[in-house]
Ligand binder design. Structure first.
Ligand code: HEC
Length: 133
């Protein structure tokens, strides 16, 4: 009996960090590996985007809290009209589509980034960004 309780407690402790990595409500984001996505972010996005709520201003808006907010909504960041009025709310699926080909999804954006061709890298970085909020 005592052993069972200890085992359950141990399982619980193991399960919690695992659960925290799985983004709620998205098959896609949970397919990605957020830790690998952080590396993708650092290599491909961090020259222009920070991943914290506050920090030095770069060429692009912070991606902290991106999932769940409207396009072009970072206070004080001067977006193009195209990005500001794209008019949808960022979800993991929308972000995946955007990162395939940003200019196809938001024609007129001035984000100088061609997109990520690797499905795995995209799923990973989407998973990472989904977790920063
Ligand atoms: C060369 C700089 C640059 C790189 C590299 C870059 N971005 Fe951007 N990004 C921008 C700029 C500038 C904007 C604002 C675009 C506009 O206003 O038209 C932007 C906008 C965005 C937006 C829209 C944000 C919003 O609030 O609507 C997302 C999402 C985004 N970038 C994600 C990424 C991700 C993820 C990566 C890496 C895989 C990346 N970007 C790489 C410069 C960059």
């Amino acid at each position: 009996m005592k052993t069972t309780t200890r085992m359950l407690a141990l399982l619980g402790a193991l399960a919690i960090p695992g659960l925290a990595m799985i983004a709620p409500g998205s098959a896609l984001a949970s397919d990605g590996d957020a830790a690998a996505g952080k590396t993708v972010f650092q290599r491909q996005c961090a020259t222009c985007h920070i991943d914290a709520a506050e920090g030095p201003r770069r060429l692009g808006p912070t991606l902290f809290g991106l999932i769940g907010r409207k396009t072009g909504a970072v206070e004080g960041f001067r977006y193009t009209e195209a990005n500001r009025s794209a008019g949808f709310t960022w979800t993991p699926e929308k972000l995946d589509e955007y990162l395939r080909n940003p200019r196809a999804m938001i024609p007129g954006t001035n984000m100088a980034f061609a997109g990520i061709r690797s499905d795995k890298d995209r799923a990973d970085v989407v998973s990472y960004i989904n977790g920063i909020k």
